[in-house]
Design a protein around this ligand. Structure first.
Ligand code: IMP
Ligand code: MG
Length: 181
């Protein structure tokens, strides 16, 4: 079934790690958690592009309180499947962060290097609070200096694609999350 998916340009995926139904159910729960977590104050949902674009789009529609959306672009991977450890800020949010609750939305936490670098930068802008919501967490991030407040799923330590996650910019549009062959 999976290998015949016309979205895959003939490349085989190993297995579906999280299917559409499971993702949707968990995103609904996360939306409820976010709604409950911020009873008042301004909330800025800050998506880390590109990987978070689908997750963020689904997540914000499950949050029942006022909010704003902006994005950050950081680049830590080239076309490979291993973290280079080098993080570059390509786009910086234009919105003021000061005094707002910031919810940083990340697709997946692997080494934790991206977050270590970004959180420091964001804290300098004196938000009222700063929390991380990651769809997937590989739990291998020994260097991660921050606690991730909201996690969708613990992820297998495999290279995953789909639902925003890419391999060399491909496969982001898969509605499920799969591991690559
Ligand atoms: P970290 O800095 O090593 O934690 O890596 C975080 C970033 O690397 C994520 O935002 C993803 O863009 C990318 N990444 C890490 N693991 C995977 C994976 O399994 N598939 C696709 N991208 C990944
Ligand atoms: Mg990526």
């Amino acid at each position: 079934m999976t290998t015949a998916d016309p979205r895959l340009d003939g490349r085989a995926i190993k297995r579906i790690a999280f299917d559409e139904k499971r993702i949707a159910a968990r995103v609904r729960e996360l939306g409820d958690e976010v709604t409950a977590r911020y009873p008042e104050g301004e909330l800025l949902v800050l998506g880390l592009l590109k990987g978070s674009f689908i997750f963020l789009g689904d997540l914000v529609r499950q949050i029942r309180r006022p909010l704003q959306v902006d994005f950050l672009v950081a680049s830590s991977y080239g076309d490979g499947t291993e973290s280079s450890g080098h993080v570059r800020l390509v786009y910086d949010p234009e919105t003021t962060l000061e005094g707002k609750h910031i919810l940083l939305v990340e697709d997946i936490i692997d080494s934790g290097r991206t977050l270590n670098r970004l959180i420091g930068l964001l804290e300098e802008r004196r938000p009222r609070s700063l929390d991380i919501c990651a769809l997937l967490h590989k739990r291998v991030a020994e260097h991660l200096q921050y606690e991730v407040g909201l996690v969708g799923f613990d992820a297998p330590d495999e290279f995953l694609v789909g639902y925003g996650l890419d391999h060399a910019e491909n496969f982001r549009h898969l509605p499920y999350i799969a591991s690559l062959q």
